[in-house]
Design a protein around this ligand. Structure first.
Ligand code: ATP
Ligand code: MG
Length: 386
């Protein structure tokens, strides 16, 4: 009886059908292949599962860690692959040593298999009870669940542990969007969450050098690099906001400074999206967190762009955002104490309920088109790879 150690990968239920489903699975496999660059392995697709095999034993745990960050995968099982005929399965199962309580959970993807899943569970349960002393069935809270899956490729996979993965949708399956990446805690988390929904990410960062330091920029580059654990690579647009901030400071009502800054950031972001063919803007805004994130403020900043603006953190508490930042590994970088451009020239009393009318009026004192154009023309672009 031949048995092989493999990794059995599970992906989320696909709402897509037909050709879309196949494209989606192909993309997921491409993403896995890219994530495991440099490792020896082979990969097989079989109805609803991806099987990773022929890898070096000592690399298994690294491979599992890497796969945990591939969006679209919901679970990994370290499984044994054997030929999927019943006699063979029975023989293998009778060699498994178990104690305490257990149940068998069987799946029969291949309906040509001559037993139903329930029959398979019962029969293999019997086999285990006969071959192990001190073993009892417990259907509800067993110590061990033995999973047995007979798949279409004529193979059977046996395992007892599911390793949870990131979930979500394969990176790139939803297109590509532009993340407004500050040096704070929120925006990297917002980027992660949207990437998890299948969006590839480019990022734009606004700096106000020399008011902000070189380290503030380095910090953002580090954050982008940390995000590449999940998104493979990030094209980072670094845009100088210095002149714009000076102009706003000189010409606008101080309580509207942040409102107008944010409207200009959005306009620049939209221009980058047009040029790079990106379908949406992503921000780390959370309702009510600061004056610029009230419903009225969001309306006023939103009104200058026509692309959709995704704000995945809109309903999140700071605590919850921090938890995710910790989990994805960006928190420690985010809390480094460098100035963000939004904190330079910070007004004492930013408006909490701005109006579009007033913002438009104040903007008449600025040459917005020229400022936006110059900012984009002088951007620095970096391709950040993992
Ligand atoms: P963060 O923790 O992401 O910095 P924040 O709570 O500090 O967010 P704001 O400073 O009001 O909130 O920024 C709101 C959002 O605007 C950020 O999440 C980010 O998407 C975007 N943003 C703010 N400053 C910048 C910047 N300098 N460059 C690019 N995007 C920015
Ligand atoms: Mg910030």
């Amino acid at each position: 009886m031949e048995e092989r150690k493999v990794l059995l990968l599970k992906f989320g239920e696909l709402f897509l059908k037909g050709k879309n489903k196949r494209d989606f699975e192909r993309l997921l496999m491409d993403n896995i292949r890219r994530k495991l660059t440099g490792y020896d392995f082979s990969m097989e697709y079989t109805s609803g599962r991806i099987v990773i095999e022929n890898y070096e034993d000592i690399e298994e745990s690294v491979i599992v860690e890497k796969l945990k960050t591939v969006f679209g995968l919901i679970g990994i099982a370290k499984a044994v692959e054997i030929d999927g005929d019943y006699e063979n399965i029975k023989k293998y199962v009778s060699s498994i040593k178990l104690s305490g309580t257990f149940r068998v959970s069987a799946k029969r993807a291949d309906k040509r298999f001559p037993m139903t899943s329930v029959e398979l569970e019962r029969n293999l349960g019997e086999v285990l009870l006969n071959s192990n002393e001190n073993l009892k069935v417990d259907l509800h809270t067993p110590k061990t669940i033995l999973y047995v899956e007979v798949r279409f490729n004529g193979k059977c996979y046996i395992y007892h542990e599911n390793i949870k993965c990131a979930g979500g949708l394969p990176l790139g399956s939803g297109g590509e969007a532009l993340l407004l990446l500050s040096g704070g805690i929120d925006s990297p988390v917002a980027g992660y969450l949207m990437a998890k929904r299948g969006l590839k990410i480019q990022a734009v960062h606004f700096h106000s050098y020399p008011y902000t330091s070189e380290q503030a920029k380095e910090k953002v580059i580090t954050l982008a690099r940390e995000l590449t654990d999940y998104v493979d690579e990030i094209k980072l647009h670094i845009v100088s906001f210095t002149k714009i901030q000076e102009q706003i400071h000189m010409n606008c009502d101080s309580e509207y400074m942040i409102t107008i800054m944010r409207r200009i950031m959005m306009r620049i972001a939209e221009k980058i999206c047009e040029r790079e063919n990106l379908g949406a803007i992503i921000t780390g805004e959370s309702l009510g967190q600061v004056a610029s994130q009230t419903m009225q403020s969001i309306n006023v900043t939103n009104s200058v762009v026509s692309l959709p603006v995704f704000r995945p953190l809109i309903a999140f508490d700071k605590e919850d955002i921090m938890d995710i930042a910790n989990k994805i590994g960006t928190y420690e970088t985010s809390i480094l104490p460098y100035e963000d451009c939004c904190t330079v020239f910070l007004p004492k009393h930013p408006v909490i309920k701005p109006t579009i009318k007033r913002a438009e009026h104040l903007e008449k004192f600025l040459n917005i088109d020229a400022l936006v154009k110059e900012a984009i023309e002088t951007e620095e672009v970096m391709l950040i790879k993992g």
